[in-house]
Every structure is written in C-alpha cells, then in structure tokens.
Design a protein around this ligand. Sequence first.
Ligand SMILES: [Mg+2]
Length: 436
Amino acid sequence: MTLLKFQVLDRLWYTREMAQSLPNRWLYIDFNSFFASVEQQLNPALRGKPIAVVPVQTDSTCAIAASYEAKAFGIKTGTPIYEAKQKCKQLICVLAQHEAYTDFHHRILKEIDKHIPVSQVCSIDEMACQLMSNESSVEQATAIAHRIKQGLASHVGPFVKCSIGVAPNRYLAKVATDMQKPDGLTFLSGEDLPHKIYSLKLLDLPGIGHNMELRIRRFGIIDVRTLCGLDLLQIRKVWGSVLGERMWHHLRGVDLSELKTERRSMGHSHVMAPELRGPDKARLVARRLTLKVASRLRRMGYVASNISLSLDVENGFSYQMAASCFEANDSLTFLHLVDEMWKQILEGMGPVRIKKVGVTLRQLTEGSSVQPELFEQLPGSQGREKAERISRTLDTIHQRYGSNSLSLGLLPTEGRSFSGVKIAFTNIPEVGEFEE
Ligand SMILES: [Mg+2]
C-alpha cells in the first residue's frame, strides 16, 4: 500500500564524461548486524561468539539479527532458531532489548552529528549525510569517515561497527555500504561508474526485490551490466512506470534531490522507543512531528501544498501516504490531513507496532503565494485566518515557554525526548529550530 506519488522527472541524459565529473554528494552509514553488535557491546561474554537475537526464547521463533560469527554458519535475519541451532551447536540466543537498541541509535546520532550533520535518518541503523563541496573528494570524505568511525569506537563502543558508502547520490552511497562488510568504507565516485557496480547482483540493488527481478529477467536483463546499458525509454518500459526512470538516474549517480532548484520539502522523522510503539502513542508522535515541521515551515516563510506520512511497522512493512491541500502553513490543516491519512493507513490493519514515524511537507513555495479566496474551502471550515493565527500563537508560546508548554491535542509526556533537530537539505543549523 505505497501510495506516495513520484513526480515525473525531467528527461535528462548524461554522457560518460558528465558522470565522471559528478562530485561525491552523499555519505551513507549502515551499522553491521546492529542488534547483535549492541548485545556484544553490552555483554563482554557474547563477544566473538555466534549469537542470534530473538523476540522470544523458543526454538520455533526466527532470528531477528545474527552476529558476524553466526553469519559465518549461514545464520541470518529470518533463520528459524531450530534450523540455526542445527547449523551451529554453540549458538547463543539472546532476547531482544529494543530499548537498548533505541538508546544506542540516539547515542550514535549524537556522535555522528559531531563530525557531519545527519541529513536523513533512514532507519534505526542507517543514516545519510550530505557532503558539501569542500568534503566531496576521496581524501576529504575518507577523513570524515575515519573520524566518524573513531568517534563511534570511543564514545559509543568499539563493537558497534558500521560500513560507510560515499557516492554522488544517496542511492549509490547506500549500495556502496553493502559492498564491504563489516567495518567497510567504499566509494562509488563518478569515475567508478558504472563499471564498479557491474559485479553486483540485481537483487543487491535497492528497489529490486524478487518480483521485480523476475520481471526484469523476462526482458532479458540478466545482470547489472545489461541493466546499465538500457536507455531511458527501455528502462521505463521494463519497470512499467516512472520508477524505471528514477532507477536509470540513480545508477548514473544523478542526485535527484539536486534537480530541484529550490527547497522542495522538509520533514521530521522519529524512531520510536519500544514503549511508544502502540498505534495510539505513535499517532501522538506523528502529531508532534507535524506541529514541529509546520512551525519550521512558517519560520522559513514557506507554504506547502502536499504532506506525506510514513510509517515503518515491526513486521518490516513501510507505508507511505501523501495528501494534497491548498497552499498552507497552519498546523491545523496539516494535523487534519495527518489524522485522515493515519486513519486510512491503519484501517483494517489489526494490531500493529510502529517502529518509525515520518512527516514531510512537499511542494514548498515562498509564503506570499497563498490565495485568500481559497480559505473557505479548507477542512474544518473555521477559516484559514483563524488557523494561521492559532499556529502563530503556538509558535510564540513555544519560543517563550519551551516546546512542550502547549500543543494541539494530546502529546506523549512520558519516555525520552523524541524530536531531536534533524537537518535536511541544508547543513546550516538554524537557531530557531532548537525551539520548535
Ligand atoms: Mg544494517
């Protein structure tokens, strides 16, 4: 049920010379066997041993993570424990401690932020950072990567290791993290493209799952090399959608976020602490994120005409839904849309635990373009002016008395603080952001 609409991309073409001159724009960090390595960090008795992290202590369950020592026996995420124990007699099963993993996640973010701002938190163990032009050479990016690894070893723990990938776009930077594990550092720079990815399997590429692989193979595309040889029209036909064009640009190192000449989106996301993963509490977090991003939108002087809500649930599925509205910058309009999307996504899903919540405003323009005659058509029919006035009052109160002093609807008051400042699409922190 992925309902996010992708914009149709401009048709661009790239010569090999252009690809070679693309600077490295993204540094991607992916932690290796994250849950298992946190367990080994916390408990010295588990270090160097084959361990599987399990949700319950029974042989009928599956591993949710495996240490590198266990992986050597062919045990991985999803391996049934009775099977894992046959493969490795010494296997130690450790009960998952989700609270500890979330705690390490926040400590990791704090450490990385000392070396480079985190642009996007992609999951509990994956983060993406944008590189500035004075950070994009192999030497400079290598130095940053080493500082991150050393900082993590000293301040988070030497057993929590990551693979780092550097590339002109976020997609290839992520692909690069998978090319050397554990503790890797891999470049897919412009001059490496496309030949350095020829050795990968089609399934190694994000966006190609088993069904897509079957589809691609039916078109006679048997490896990454043939895939890279397709032109835009061919790849669109193979994919049957504009997603094929996205893949074509991804593989050539085009940074799709750079095609946008102005700021086009801003968002906040949060990885949920285990005690907040029930839908009721997660919904309050979504509302809190909405208020936070709407406040930032107003401070930047923008209006938005699209808002999306994304939910990652514990069974591994992600749900995204986007809603369009008239150009707005008031919290009430966005809260209304988020509530509606929330209802639609969760409808008929049954009991669910939500790992990560994200709210993103898109199609941003400078604030002056709002048309007054559209006010009456906004949801709630209370009038746009009133909604804007309430929102601005909220901003003022937040600035004066702190961000938890007042809110629309109920917000969680227990648990850890969950809306740390994330800086997307810019590396310059704005002071006001810390007040939102
Ligand atoms: Mg990982």
